[in-house]
Each structure stands twice: as structure tokens, then as C-alpha cells.
Write a protein that binds this ligand. Structure first.
Ligand SMILES: [Zn+2]
Length: 77
């Protein structure tokens, strides 16, 4: 993902929580997922070289990268 798209995306979303190298944003404005075109629920940005995620529900994930970060777009079933 390009810097410009990344800045626009993260400034439009609502920061939710940040811990252990993982930052979560809520998509409160129904932005379309850049990968599949459907609105996503959360954007999860993994900033460390290794990150672990504990999922509490079954999610579809779309994935992209920005520099060294991994971006996960979550879609609830
Ligand atoms: Zn998607």
C-alpha cells in the first residue's frame, strides 16, 4: 500500500487499541476494503517483526503491507 493511501485510511478510521506492537482501528465510516471492495470491520496493523493475534471469533481476513507493517482487514461472518 502506498503512503498516501495509508495516511488517508488511518486518518479516516477510529483508533481503538494499541498494545504489543499491534494497533487496531475501527471502521466506523464503512470504508471499503482495498483488497475485496467490501466494507471491513477493523484494521489491524502489526508493527513488530513477529506478532501474535488471538481471535475471539471467526473472521475473514484481507491482507496487505505498508513498508514493514502488515495490515489485516477483518470481516465478520
Ligand atoms: Zn476485504
Amino acid at each position: 500500500m502506498e503512503d498516501e493511501e495509508y495516511e488517508e485510511l488511518t486518518s479516516s478510521l477510529t483508533p481503538h487499541e494499541s498494545a504489543g506492537g499491534v494497533t487496531t482501528y475501527r471502521n466506523t465510516v464503512a470504508i471499503a476494503c482495498p483488497a475485496c471492495g467490501e466494507p471491513f470491520d477493523d484494521l489491524v496493523i502489526c508493527e513488530d517483526e513477529y506478532n501474535s493475534l488471538e481471535l475471539s471469533m471467526l473472521l475473514d481476513l484481507c491482507v496487505t503491507t505498508h513498508e514493514d507493517e502488515v495490515l489485516l482487514f477483518t470481516h465478520k461472518h
